[in-house]
Design a protein around this ligand. Sequence first.
Ligand code: AMP
Length: 285
Amino acid sequence: MKVVTTIAEMQHVRSTFGADTLGFVPTMGYLHAGHLSLVRYSVAENMRSVVSIFVNPTQFGPGEDLARYPRDLERDLALLSPLGLDCVFVPAVNEMYPSAPGPSTVVTVHGPTECLEGSMRPGHFAGVATVVAKLFNIIRPTRAYFGQKDAQQVAVITKMVDDLNFPLRVVVCPTVREADGLAMSSRNVFLTPTDRETAKLISCGLFAAAALWQAGERKAAVLEAAVHESLRQGSFIAIDYVAVVDPLTFDPYTSGSSAALIAVAARVGATRLIDNILLSRAAPV
Ligand code: AMP
């Protein structure tokens, strides 16, 4: 497993792969079992695989947790090395953005960026879309792997790939959860034992709403109320949103559609957590 820090070397390594299929997993590091599941899908489905580790400053707003975002490259490389991937790309910030503080060219995706995370975190999705576009151009993958955990990010990247004709397939992998249902996240490391108890109420609420959906409930207000009822049992600093939306466009859900997604963002202590559950005629994931 090669560890590469410059764009020039990454492009060289990519050129040695020739026509082999290439899977790519972009991450911000501090890896957990959710990230590793994406890597396993990539290694299973492609002849070559590359993971990137880059805490992208342009997707953090002022006052967000860029400075304290957890980082441990040595640990990440130790977790990745047994998985059979070819290369880990770990660029420094000035390698990705030589013209500080950020790029002059920015990818703006309209539509799914205009609500929920997009409204709460202005500029976040422009930062995400731009860095992912750069990584796609550097790595030129056949397939790129993203987690359902960040459902709105999936909608944004899928739209960007479609609109800008990136020659690759976006593969969406299921959310990996702790035994009690809490969605795995690098930020969970910040949760105190009391925060942890509160945090698990997010997935409890989502599962309760999914059970209602399975039983035939289709009213957004009723599904949202089931989540709120669970959240009320914990001591959240704030509940940023609980919303039933269309999983592709992120427009508000209209009863009658066969698929819906319930998205939640809430603050526990100093940590902001997001989670969601996809609802369709089949079982929720
Ligand atoms: P991040 O390092 O948080 O930017 O995440 C990198 C990728 O891992 C993104 O595609 C995330 O959606 C995905 N991911 C993060 N947490 C999970 C999880 N619990 N289950 C599955 N995928 C995840």
